[in-house]
Ligand binder design. Structure first.
Ligand code: GLC
Ligand code: GLC
Length: 807
């Protein structure tokens, strides 16, 4: 069952009912100001940091779900309704929510009054614009009143939801004309405020939530709305909010356009006040400048056009046209859009990440980069340097860092032994995309300590050596607190409820990870290539030797007979083996080891992939582990804390499915590679939106697995490494447009049904127009001539190259 449909021309998903199984959300914002918005107008916005600079309040885990956000009430004389359905919750005559790239539009109508609400953040501005157009489609004159409402968050979202003994005393606002200013804590150390404006004369306003709502009401029927009269209140403490009241008399066919702006202003310390600080009157000029800039119909239109162009540019570097519209819409629109979102948000703010928790993950950020480097190479470069700066001199790394301070986060600790290798992966991907080797010479400190700067290349060397310096009894890498699977905690042994499985006092043990061994082989080869390119031939040779040894160790000690083992635990017992009662086979080492090329020639790889298919794959995807663990096991940690079939304990943990698909391409199995891709690909499973429940235009982190009672139900949509990895999978391995240090390799691996595909790929400033054609004679023709290699030779910047690939 579906709740809407894709409109590929407009690059939108159009939701036709407010009653989606869960809130289906979108993101607004491109640079520093962001908003989350659901298909009923819920959500919130923030400046740069969802925890520390939250503009509007959002109550996670609320009952009912998803109340608050951008609230509008239209009183048409008969009913009071919301163009977003919520909060008024009055059944609309028509309703559509159009989620597009960086904007959301609600088209609704009731009693012959038609509304269109457009929400977006201008590309270069720190504000959200809500344009509300109301039209009288009836044959009589109508008196309409409109009430807006937002609730301010007292900036730090964590304090805002906890420290009430203080919070109820500090809220402050100012009101000038049609602008409401939220200035809590501005009198002391903050040099920023928020404002909420409307571009026409108001007949009333409110800033005090209690008065606005009245006793015992919620947002469904606030007193100020139901009574038809705003309180003109000035908030002193409690919960400051912003509400405007507007009244219109509309003749038949008349329409009115109202522009609301919710913005953020930051000022230099000595310009904070308009007059003496003791008077407490804030300097409103910078806010007014912004408001004046966007207060007209024309400017809103041109900003919307600029936003669309912004996305044309971002998405223009990879465009595929095939006979499969689902493939095209994912590659050209939604997968890239989600990659950009994970770049902006990391794992901070979604409907499942509260914006208050995690900072930027070392491994997460490195992997996210694989999916956006082709869109914004400059920002990818900056990100790599930021990440490398939280590495230790021994190659280990803080597991997370805070985006505002860019400092390692001591709470999350260190010792996740896969982390360092991801730095090689993303740096290699950046250079393969751009050809910019100079990044390797950039001085980067260790642990952000001044004076410790070394060229980025030295950081990669430290990463590589970190694995080699931390080998266990089978010459496999020690796992540390965890590897990619945060929940496989082989050194933890936690018996204390609530304790973090990752950072609790860990025992010192020799637990080893076959997964990290696979990573070492894959990214160790990339490291060796980078060494050679720099002329470090001895080092390259040594690295290659170490990689070969690791491959041997995997085949010798990491092979279980039919598939790759997952690990050795602290006792030296096998994890992910046929000998185990539960947890006999894991997906991660099958994907990673085969991606790395281990056992491809010897036949191990083929067996491992067949086993993954047999034991882990079912109709909704490939599960992380089978059989799922049935009881909590001290020696394995958090993975066994989840009920069978959920999260790391045997759900389809989408992030690692593309590894398996890539592995199938390495083994040359195009059909199964594509099956794995499409089984979890949102556009391909739109029809089961009622089972899947999360948004059908983006990936979710997890889908309930074969042993779960709610098979196929997804959770944690949007902020997942799945976005980047599926983009790598589909563009670089299935479609086979693969950036290498030496140029663009073209090597598709597609099921037989695909023919006549064209791809536009902008790479290192050159536009490649590539066509795939089925043919008996195979090979690559570049500008009409057949070439011997599968790497297209470099061409001058700004040139256009035609490539025919006969497959
Ligand atoms: C979460 C984490 C990621 C980890 C994965 C598997 O998505 O953000 O770092 O690799 O879970 O445990
Ligand atoms: C939990 C989650 C896992 C995530 C981790 C991050 O363990 O199950 O997916 O990676 O938290 O700290």
């Amino acid at each position: 069952m579906t709740y809407g449909f894709f409109d590929d021309t407009r690059r939108e998903y159009i939701i036709e009912t407010p009653f989606t199984p869960l809130p289906w959300i979108n993101y607004l914002g491109s640079n520093e100001f962001f908003g989350l918005i659901s298909n009923t107008g819920g959500g919130y916005c923030f400046y740069r940091d969802a925890k520390l600079r939250r503009l509007t309040r959002y109550r996670y885990n609320n009952v009912p779900r998803d109340t608050g956000g951008r609230m509008y009430y239209i009183d048409d004389g008969t009913d009071i309704w919301s163009p977003t359905y919520l909060p008024a919750k009055v059944t609309l005559d028509t309703y559509r929510c159009r989620h597009g790239l960086g904007y959301t539009i609600f088209e609704s109508s009731k009693n012959d009054i038609v509304s269109e609400l457009t929400c977006f953040v201008p590309v270069e501005e720190n504000c959200e614009i809500n344009r509300l157009v109301i039209k009288n489609n009836s044959s009589s004159e109508r008196d309409i009143s409109v009430v807006s409402a937002i609730e301010f968050c007292l900036w730090n979202a964590a304090d805002d939801g906890t420290n009430f003994q203080r919070n109820y005393n500090i809220g402050e606002v100012e009101i000038e004309d049609n602008i409401i200013f939220h200035k809590t804590e501005y009198r002391e150390r903050r040099n920023h405020y928020a404002y909420y404006s409307v571009n026409c004369q108001t007949v009333g306003f409110d800033t005090d939530l209690d008065t606005f709502l009245g006793k015992f009401n919620n947002y469904e029927s606030p007193q100020a709305v139901v009574n038809g009269k705003s309180g003109n209140t000035v908030a002193h403490g409690w919960s400051p909010m912003g509400s405007h009241r507007l009244e219109y008399s509309l003749s038949p066919g008349d329409e009115v356009e109202i522009i609301f702006i919710l913005g953020y202003t930051e000022l230099p310390k000595d310009e904070k006040w308009d007059g003496p600080a003791a008077d407490g009157v804030i300097n409103k000029n910078p806010a007014k400048e912004v408001i004046n800039r966007y207060n007209s119909s024309e400017s809103v239109k041109s900003e919307l056009a600029a936003l669309s162009e912004h996305w044309d540019k971002l998405l223009g570097n990879f465009i595929v046209k095939s006979e499969d519209e689902k493939l095209d819409r994912m590659v050209n629109i939604w997968n890239q859009y989600q990659c950009m979102t994970t770049f902006n948000m990391s794992r901070s703010a979604s409907y499942y990440e509260s914006g208050q928790g995690r900072g930027m993950g070392f491994r997460d950020s490195c992997q996210d980069l694989l999916g956006f480097v082709h869109m914004v190479p400059r920002r990818a470069r900056e990100r790599i340097l930021d990440i490398a700066a939280i590495q230790f001199e021994n190659g280990g790394a803080w597991h997370q860092y805070q985006p505002l301070t860019k400092r390692g986060n001591a709470d999350a600790g260190m010792g996740f032994n896969d982390d360092p290798l991801w730095l090689i992966a993303c740096t290699y991907a950046y250079i393969a995309e751009t050809g910019d080797h100079t990044i390797l010479d950039e001085p980067v400190p260790f642990e952000n300590k001044e004076g410790t700067e070394k060229p980025l290349f030295d950081h990669l060397r430290a990463s590589f050596n970190y694995t080699l310096n931390n080998l266990g009894p089978h010459k496999l890498p020690l796992i540390g607190r965890a590897d990619w699977n945060d929940c496989l905690n082989l050194n933890c042994f936690s018996e204390e409820p609530g304790e973090s499985f990752q950072t609790c006092a860990n025992i010192e043990s020799q637990a080893e990870s076959v997964f990290i061994a696979g990573m070492f082989v894959l990214y160790g080869k990339q490291y060796a290539e980078l060494c050679s390119k720099r002329g470090y031939h001895d080092e390259a040779a040594k690295a290659t030797e170490a990689v070969e040894k690791m491959s041997e160790a995997v085949l010798k000690h990491g092979w279980d007979g039919e598939w790759f083992l997952r690990a050795y635990d602290s006792n030296g017992d096998k994890v992910g083996s046929k000998e185990c009662r539960d947890g006999k086979i894991f997906i991660e080492p099958q994907g990673m080891c085969v991606m790395a090329g281990i056992g491809v020639e010897s036949g191990h790889a083929g067996k491992a992939l067949a086993a993954a298919k047999e034991h882990l794959t079912f109709k909704y995807g490939t599960c992380l582990v089978a059989p799922a663990y049935k009881e909590y096991l001290l020696n394995l940690g958090e993975i066994t804390s989840y009920p069978p079939g959920y999260k790391e304990n045997g759900s389809v943990f989408c992030h690692n499915n593309p590894w398996l698909s890539i592995a199938e391409t390495v083994a040359g199995n195009a059909e199964e590679a594509f099956e794995i891709y499409s089984r979890i690909c949102p556009a391909y499973i739109e029809d089961i939106s009622d089972i899947h429940r999360t948004e059908p235009y983006v990936y979710s982190q997890t889908i309930a697995g074969q042993e779960a009672p709610t098979q196929g139900e997804a959770k944690n949509s949007w902020l997942t490494g799945t976005a980047a990895w599926t983009f790598v999978n589909v563009t670089q391995y299935l479609l086979g447009i693969h950036p290498e240090l030496n140029g663009l390799q073209i090597k598709p691996c597609l099921p037989d049904r695909f023919d006549n595909i064209t791809i536009k790929r902008v790479y290192r400033g050159v536009t490649y127009n590539i066509s795939f054609i089925r043919s008996n004679e195979k090979g690559l023709w570049v500008n009409g001539s057949k070439i011997d290699s599968d790497i297209v030779p470099a061409a001058p910047e700004d040139s256009v190259v035609t490539v025919i690939c006969r497959i």
